[in-house]
Design a protein around this ligand. Structure first.
Ligand code: F6P
Length: 567
């Protein structure tokens, strides 16, 4: 759809009634605001003291995830009021519209059907009137065939040697998902193959991926939904030159390219234009958003790493959470719960950000993955019909694995002035291939997770500190106010299925929040302006700052840059 195409009419999508009353004028919103006023400075210590069953009652078990939300600043009344808000804002109806293939992505006039990517064979999911599951399964089967050949060392390069370094070139959703999941599932990967993920247009990124690589055994997976993203095409072009130079073959030798380049895209024309045979292309569809795509063919590198069986286990995990999201009653529905907690904190408690703290080195890239998922989806300030919002929308999402964060920014979480709700994520069992001598460290890792949740919630009062004999003038410095909310997500182990469950959980959480805020979580126009300006600035760097359209500050910086480059 072009930028000038009119949006689908509101009545076509059932939007009108939904949008009629602004969110902040709904009685359910007012009720929550009043509830917040009555909340005062109620402390988690009081909530636990008042309800001895709180720890048991405020948990949810879904699939393999055990979620403890007892250390959140909520009561039964808060949850009831949040549920009423979800019902007033018709979140469940929008969910059903999305799952049913309606064009809920209004500004791009598209269905949003990433859930179809993990629908089991035989299930029917319709987009624009036709069942998409058979195509999804057909591409998965093609991916499996390709992955099996690479894993069996049967995919031979131009010189006849099997490829063993796989370099994924993509950015945003075409990088963060596969790169995150590769790290998460590393213990399940074929360790005889080498994987690199190149995204940045900074040439260093590609250089580091290739510095010790042999062109004869290197395979590039160029992953781009549009196949027009400048970073990806620039890196892929440079990779092609590196390969052809290294192999000593001429550009235009399609035989060499066919053996060393495969593409993942929705855009066959651009793939062919780049010189990749579309027989070496794995497709997906415009109803898959970039940040919701790593379970599509965008996960090809991941499938090569873990094998088709593990990849399908991961899809089954996604599907488990999709089914829960689609069918569980709102009050026992995990994505609803986490989404509504975020609404409570962001819209009524003044939280600006949300920390995701996985106690798992394999989950190192999970927070970065969630940044795109959440912030590109819900970093919006107009409603679905174009009116400005008058309420906060998506939070800043951030985090790093425990225990590293504890020695960096946890000081601020414990004693700073900002209010940062957090998710603590941990696994009862360590990675399956961890050597026996390292296994005991896992208890220490998890002890830290549990301890941090406790310290953040309950703190240490001045009386307790003083009772330990701390000098009076040091007592304020050593007091922890506590009352910092956390949700703990615990699973048996980080299996492919559990990873799928976790990712789907956060996808749907983001959906719930976007629906409450009445924003379109599925477009990303906000990244366009920077792209347009970068194109304008580049000639200024190479040809001089007198390119029209540069503001005074940019022109001055460009002049300084050019002089630093000796131009
Ligand atoms: O950052 C904007 C964006 O469009 C993302 O939504 C997307 O994941 C990324 O660029 C990459 O796009 P593509 O897969 O088309 O190269």
């Amino acid at each position: 759809m072009s930028a000038s195409t009119p949006l689908p009419r509101a009545e076509d999508t059932g939007e009108r009634a939904h949008a009629a009353i602004p969110l902040d004028q709904r009685e359910e919103w007012t009720a929550l605001r009043e509830h917040r006023e009555r909340w005062g400075s109620t402390h988690l210590r009081d909530l636990f003291a008042d309800d001895p069953d709180r720890a048991g009652r405020y948990t949810l078990d879904v699939g393999d995830l055990h979620v403890d939300y007892s250390r959140n600043l909520v009561t039964d009344e808060t949850l009831r009021l949040l549920g009423a808000l979800a019902s007033a804002t018709r979140v469940a109806e929008l969910r059903d519209a999305m799952l049913g293939g309606e064009h809920v992505n209004l500004t791009e006039d598209r269905a949003v059907l990433h859930t179809a990517l993990r629908a089991p064979r035989g299930e029917v999911v319709r987009a624009d009137g036709h069942d998409v599951v058979p195509e999804v399964q057909r591409v998965l089967d093609r991916m499996a065939d390709f992955a099996d050949r690479v894993r069996a060392r049967e995919w031979l390069g131009h010189t006849g040697r099997p490829v063993h370094r796989i370099v994924n070139i993509g950015i945003g959703g075409s990088d963060l998902g596969p790169a995150m999941a590769y790290e998460a599932l590393r213990p399940h990967t074929d360790r005889g193959l080498e994987f690199r993920f190149v995204s940045n247009v900074d040439g260093t990124d590609l250089h580091e991926a290739l510095v010790d690589a042999d062109p004869a055994t290197t395979l590039f997976v160029v992953a781009s939904k549009t196949f027009t993203t400048i970073e990806t095409i620039t890196n892929a072009t440079a990779a092609r030159s590196w390969l052809l130079d290294g192999l000593g073959v001429k550009d235009g030798d399609d035989g060499a390219i066919a053996k060393h380049f495969v593409a993942v895209s929705t855009n066959g024309e651009e793939v062919a234009g780049f010189g990749i045979d579309t027989r070496n292309m794995f497709e997906f569809w415009d109803w898959v958003g970039g940040r919701y795509s790593y379970d599509s063919a965008i996960g090809l590198s991941l499938m090569v790493a873990v094998g088709p069986e593990r990849f399908r286990e991961m899809l089954a995990g996604f599907h488990l959470m999709d089914t829960h999201f689609a069918t569980a009653p709102v009050e026992r529905n995990l994505p609803f719960l986490l989404g509504l907690l975020g609404v409570w904190y962001g819209n009524f408690m003044g939280a600006e950000s949300h920390a995701v703290l996985p106690y798992s080195q394999n989950m190192e890239k999970f927070p970065a993955y969630l940044q795109q998922l959440d912030m590109e989806s819900n970093g919006k300030s107009v409603q679905r019909d174009g009116r400005p919002v008058n309420w906060q929308t998506g939070p800043v999402v951030w985090g790093t694995p425990g225990t590293n964060g504890q020695h960096a920014y946890f000081q601020l979480l414990h004693q700073g002035t900002r209010f940062v709700p957090a998710d603590l994520i941990g696994f009862a069992n360590p990675a399956p291939d961890l050597p026996e001598r390292l296994v005991p460290q896992h208890d220490l890792l998890m002890a830290n997770l549990f301890a941090q949740g406790q310290a953040l919630a309950f703190g240490r009062s001045a009386e307790e500190v003083a009772a330990e004999g701390v000098a009076a003038d040091l007592v304020p410095h050593r007091t922890f106010e506590g009352n910092r909310p956390t949700t703990t997500i615990l699973a048996d182990r980080l299996s492919p299925s559990v990873l799928g469950q976790l990712v789907a959980l956060y996808e749907h959480k983001v959906f719930v929040q976007g629906a409450v805020w009445n924003i379109n979580s599925f477009d990303q126009w906000g990244v366009q302006l920077g792209k347009v300006l970068a194109k304008r600035v580049e000639p200024a760097l190479t040809e001089g700052a007198d390119v029209p359209g540069l503001d005074a500050s940019t022109a001055s910086l460009v002049r300084r840059y050019r002089s630093m480059r000796g131009r």
